[in-house]
Design a protein around this ligand. Structure first.
Ligand SMILES: Nc1ncnc2c1ncn2[C@@H]1O[C@H](COP(=O)(O)OP(=O)(O)OP(=O)(O)O)[C@@H](O)[C@H]1O
Length: 302
């Protein structure tokens, strides 16, 4: 199976300023890849290289098996730029219809269905659209021709929580149909629920690529169990993966490292009346990547 993205030592300098250095990364068909990093890390630079908006200083990249500069490759991609400019008197609906024709014909019903999902107002002139509505127009144009590969630069910026949920649902549908999504963000929480893998970029370098399901399994989780009557502490002591155990009467509180299996089996011997398990906070894990090497020099040595 041909990788959707195949980057090999991909490097971009803006003069002496480092944009991206030695990126080697494969993204597979049907994958949702979250591309994370703080401001100025090199996310936008990477996405622009994939789209031939800018060209590499060194290294190579293939997208959908072809060169980014080939129009045939570009036609199979949907793109939401981070700095989308929508101006002028045209109504958003006319602009989207125009783009649809340019892309070989997009049914009006598909544009309308997306607008409805995102609760987008397409009838006002584009220069009068709010920031959030501009972002919705940007998302509609990225998805409307049902591209094989969708590249989204900070897609959730400016969207209210309900629309964000709708957007994430759409991303899941794209994956279910075997297509691929690459999206950048500086907030892990925004992408962790949909991403299969996340890559962390910092100061121009990819510092980690992690499988989200594996991370979730590794992450520490706080659990509380409440029983119908007091339980013997000994029943919960020395269980694999259970830490910080506190047994008080009919309540058990602890943290779990990895799988909750042993705790669940121990608890099953008693009558459980209430269970609270907090989602593992992956953000904590990622912040350690962000905070390392803050003093990196952003310039190439002279
Ligand atoms: N056109 C340009 N000319 C000069 N330097 C640039 C240019 N574009 C980006 N850079 C620099 O390259 C580095 C990476 O920028 P990039 O925009 O790729 O980061 P980013 O991770 O997308 O950040 P943000 O979240 O702020 O958009 C930064 O130091 C930035 O200042």
């Amino acid at each position: 199976m041909t990788a959707v993205v195949q980057a090999e030592a991909l490097t971009k300098y803006y003069g002496r300023r480092r944009g991206l250095e030695e990126l080697t990364l494969d993204i597979q068909p049907g994958e949702i890849f979250g591309y994370l990093g703080p401001n100025g890390a090199g996310k936008t630079t990477t996405l622009r290289l994939l789209l031939d908006v800018i060209r590499p200083t060194r290294g190579s990249v293939r997208v959908l098996g072809g060169a980014p500069r080939e129009p045939a490759t570009r036609a199979r991609i949907g793109y939401l730029p981070g700095d989308l400019v929508l101006e002028g008197r045209d109504r958003a609906i006319d602009y989207l219809r125009f783009l649809g024709r340019m892309r070989g014909g997009v049914p009006a019903s598909r544009i309308e269905a997306l607008a409805e999902r995102f609760d987008a107002d397409l009838t006002v002139p584009m220069r009068k659209l709010s920031k959030g509505n501009k972002q919705k127009v940007g998302l509609i144009q990225a998805f409307m021709h049902e591209p094989e590969f969708v590249i989204l630069d900070e897609p959730t910026m400016g969207l209210d929580p309900l629309v964000q949920q709708e957007f994430l649902a759409l991303v899941r549908e794209v994956r279910a149909s075997g297509r691929t999504v690459l999206m950048s963000s500086h907030v892990l929480a925004e992408v962790q629920s949909v991403s299969d893998r996340v890559g962390i970029v910092r100061a121009g370098r990819l510092v980690a690529v992690e499988n989200v399901a594996a991370l979730r399994e590794k992450a520490v989780r706080r659990v509380e169990l409440h029983f119908a009557s007091p339980v013997p502490p000994a029943a919960f002591e020395n269980l694999p993966g259970v830490r910080d155990l506190r047994v008080e009467g009919a309540s058990v509180r602890c943290t779990i490292d990895g799988r909750p299996d042993a705790l669940v089996k121990a608890a099953a011997r008693f009558t459980v009346v209430h269970l609270v398990s907090a989602e593992p906070d992956l953000e904590e894990i990622f912040l350690t990547y962000y905070s390392e090497g803050e003093h990196d020099d952003r310039q190439k040595p002279a």
